[in-house]
Design a binder for this molecule. Structure first.
Ligand code: COI
Length: 357
């Protein structure tokens, strides 16, 4: 399918941010976006790049009422020799298609989406920031558009990709964050949509996150919905704990997001010969380890957050300081390694990085 391109007129072009230290996360978008439409019986059609702008929906669009909405988060980096590099983009499209299956939405063609994404970045390449720690955040999104109020899958959808320059997701940057272990609310139950990247999971997380924020915490650590015993994930990241010589992260049993950074960290750690387990981890085990000194580090992983050290967890009213409230040695080593691969400063023995410009 041919992707048509309508460039923004000079008067539509937006001013680019001048100060990369002020980028923040998620507020700035480039001049163009990629879109395509879907109709049952016809499939995806009209792939196009257009000036960035408002979408027009019928107020009865099903995605607005029943939550048929999925998205992805990935990044492109300005790396070696000024090139622009994508990190594991095809894995994100594969995950989008798994989310689509779970939400009864149509899958996309990976090659077509990759082509659209590359053309979009090429067109808006001057927006890709240059300083270390910054990148171009990419947000592919699909939403049900059919105007109908009966509860069933929509017959029409729009898929779009918007992009924008970002810096660190948390205001703390690489400084350790404080996490509240949530014992009242839950994010996802077995059999639910926890492993899909869909808006409802994030909506469900907001109340607990707001309450935690009021108490001075950056994020919530979710426990399993059935027993409130096992560590699951943090709102925007998968979690890793270093206990003794074992690095532990929750297994993919359907209630947590199968993070691409999580997978990258697992593979890097295995490559380093580090003892790493995907296993159920009781919050009591974490607390015991914090008390007896064997909890050495904790960190979160995510596209937006990269590697984010956790300096404190608070559970049932008790604070547990981790790694003296500083970034641990392994967290730092992992951060350095993954960032060096993403910016193409290091040979990529995994086949994760693709130069596009
Ligand atoms: C990401 O890490 O890219 C995410 O999508 C998490 C968050 C910003 C919602």
């Amino acid at each position: 399918m041919e992707i048509s391109i309508t460039k923004a007129k000079p008067a539509q072009l937006k001013p680019k941010p001048q100060d990369e230290s002020q980028l923040g996360f998620g507020d700035i978008f480039t001049d163009h976006m990629f879109l395509m439409d879907y109709e049952a019986g016809k499939g995806w059609f009209n792939p196009r790049i257009e000036p960035y702008g408002d979408l027009c929906f019928d107020p009865a669009a099903m995605g607005l009422h029943y939550g048929q909405e999925i998205f992805e988060g990935l990044k492109a980096y300005r790396g070696k020799n000024g090139g622009i590099y994508l990190f594991r983009a095809r894995d994100n499209v594969a995950r989008l298609n798994r989310s689509a299956q779970r939400l009864c939405m149509p899958e996309v063609d990976t090659d077509l989406v990759m082509e659209g994404l590359k053309k979009l970045i090429e067109l808006d390449q001057e927006w890709v920031p240059r300083s270390r720690g910054t990148s171009l955040y990419i947000r592919p999104t699909m939403i049900a558009t059919e105007p109908h109020l009966g509860v069933r899958p929509s017959n029409t959808y729009v898929f779009y990709i918007i992009i924008g320059p970002v810096a660190a997701y948390y205001k703390e940057g690489l400084n350790p964050v404080k996490i509240w272990v949530e014992t009242e609310y839950v994010r996802a139950a077995p059999g639910g949509t926890g492993e899909a990247k869909t808006s409802g999971n994030y909506a469900a997380s907001l109340l607990a996150a707001e309450k935690a924020k009021e108490k001075g915490f950056t994020q919530v650590l979710w426990l399993d919905a059935v027993e409130r015993k096992y560590v699951e994930e943090v709102g925007t990241m998968n979690m890793f704990f270093v206990i003794g010589d074992e690095v532990i992260t929750a297994p993919l049993t359907g209630t947590i997001l199968p993070g691409i950074t999580r997978d990258s960290v697992l593979r890097i750690l295995k490559g380093w010969g580090i003892n790493v387990s995907e296993r159920s981890l009781r919050i009591d085990e974490v607390v015991e380890a914090a008390e007896n000194g064997s909890l050495k580090e904790a960190f979160g992983t995510g596209t937006a957050a990269v590697i984010s050290p956790v300096g404190q967890i608070t559970y049932k009213g008790k604070d547990y300081v981790i790694a003296g409230g500083r970034m641990g040695e392994l967290s730092q080593r992992l951060y350095d390694e993954i960032v060096a691969i993403q910016y193409a400063e290091k040979p990529d023995s995994y086949g994760w990085v693709e130069r596009i410009v």
